[in-house]
Design a protein around this ligand. Structure first.
Ligand code: LLP
Length: 427
């Protein structure tokens, strides 16, 4: 993680003093480093888009989506993957070019399909044939021709938490690799005037440190591409290989650079296409966490400090599972620092407890810290992905604000929710 510095005993992130930022915007607060996002985008360009021709990158917006995030991606020529009408709406409101939007989802509603077709999104990734029928009908009624990919379940088990593994046979996502099902679908689309099948999509899972799942899935897809060319005469023009590239959360995590995933995939793809006499399809990647995860931290103020002699010390913070549900959901582990005491030796191990009425609302079980006092500022690292986007109002806690920092400047990009916001839709 770059851009982490200490100045005047304070934690500096994106060139800004996090103690000052906490004072200015109050806590809990999401802070996102534009510098780190820029570095990731640069890596995507250098090691994928510029290195290999006929490639595209789209950002999985479920990781973190705001208008400002859309604007950054638009400027950089990176597309967006959306999985709901709400995500699509956000992209539209940011004037995002619709041809660079990919619409996903395992149970798109008719309203969402109409919205996507009317908005002329670049691709719809079809998850099932119920959805395909709706897309055809909507496209026909609106006189549109919709470009689609089929999402395939490649039958690959990824080494990650079972809730974020998606490519295995027993999965709610995608079309199973069963010949009759798939062939029927392709033949149907080939006859359609309103739907154009461009190729296939797979996503094997999230937070992966190894490239083996992608490589196995690619091998399966290459066989599929050859098979459907020979049997039903379908030529694959696009292959979307999903996201899933892992990031650093805690000691022992071993994230790899993007090229560790990309290079063998691109080599295999080219080799297999030559061997099987296939047209080399366009390759699309869809990273989410990898772009924003390490770019984010969350600032909290420490309140109660409860020492249970011989047991543990619970340190209460002013947020918790509503702003970061990942520890409760996935046993996710985080690291953190005391932003105003960066110079002090870490002499104690404490438990960081959220403020919800749930025993399970523990953010970090064992964190090494200096001697703490109420009012200290805790910075939890790697919270840029799947925190703000998964936040709730449990216990009627208002969602934190989001501040973007970079090169010493800071900018509010999402306002803190107010108590009035919490009841604004109540009748
Ligand atoms: N493409 C598709 C089709 C996906 O389903 C996902 C993530 C991605 C791309 C991006 O994956 P990433 O690069 O971010 O790993 N809430 C969970 C993660 C769920 C991921 C779901 N799909 C978490 O907090 O770990």
């Amino acid at each position: 993680m770059s851009n982490i510095n200490v100045e005047n005993k304070h934690f500096v992130f994106g060139g800004c003093d996090m103690v000052e930022i906490a004072k200015q915007y109050k806590t809990p607060l999401y802070v996102l480093s534009k510098d780190i996002i820029d570095e990731r985008i640069y890596e995507i360009k250098k090691d994928f888009l510029q290195k290999y021709s006929n490639t595209r990158a789209v950002y999985a917006s479920k990781a973190f989506l705001t208008l400002e995030m859309c604007r950054i991606l638009k400027k950089e020529g990176i597309g967006i993957d959306v999985v709901s009408g709400g995500e699509l709406y956000t992209a539209i409101k940011a004037d995002f070019p619709m041809e660079n939007v990919i619409f996903h989802g395992n149970n798109k509603t008719l309203d969402e399909i109409e919205f996507a077709v009317k908005s002329r999104v670049g691709r719809i990734v079809v998850d099932n044939f119920y959805e395909l029928e709706m897309i055809e009908k909507v496209a026909k009624d609106l006189g549109e021709k919709v470009k689609i990919l089929f999402r395939i379940t490649p039958g690959v088990d990824s080494h990650t938490h079972k809730f974020i593994s998606t490519g295995q046979v027993d999965s709610k996502f995608g079309i199973p690799l069963v010949e009759e099902i798939l062939h029927k679908g392709i033949i149907k689309v080939q006859k359609s005037l309103n739907v154009e099948l461009r190729g296939f999509h797979f996503h094997v899972g999230s937070q992966l440190f190894e490239n083996t799942s992608h490589i196995k899935a690619l091998d399966i897809l290459m066989r599929l591409i050859k098979e459907v060319k020979d049997t039903v005469g379908f030529e694959t023009k696009e292959l979307n290989i999903g996201g899933g590239f892992g990031i650093y959360y805690k000691e022992g995590d071993d994230p790899k650079p993007l090229q560790y995933f990309i290079d063998p995939i691109m080599k295999d793809l080219q080799d297999r296409c030559t061997e099987l006499n296939l047209f080399v399809p366009q390759v699309i990647i869809e990273p989410g966490r990898w772009i924003v995860g390490e770019a984010g931290i969350t600032l909290y103020t420490i309140g109660s400090i409860k020492n249970i002699p011989g047991v543990r010390t619970y340190v209460g913070i002013d947020g918790g599972m509503p702003d970061n549900p990942r520890p409760a959901l996935y046993d996710a582990q985080y690291e953190g620092v005391i932003a105003n005491k960066m110079d002090l030796p870490k002499s104690k191990v404490v438990t960081i407890a959220g403020k919800c009425c749930e025993s399970g609302d523990i953010l970090i079980w064992d964190l090494k810290v200096p001697i703490l006092e109420s009012g200290d500022i805790l910075a939890v690292k790697s919270t840029g992905a799947y925190n703000y986007s998964m936040a709730s109002n449990y216990n009627k806690l208002p969602r934190p604000a989001v501040v973007m920092v970079g090169k010493g400047e800071n900018q509010l990009i999402v306002k803190r929710e107010t108590y009035d916001d919490l009841i604004s839709r109540d009748i």
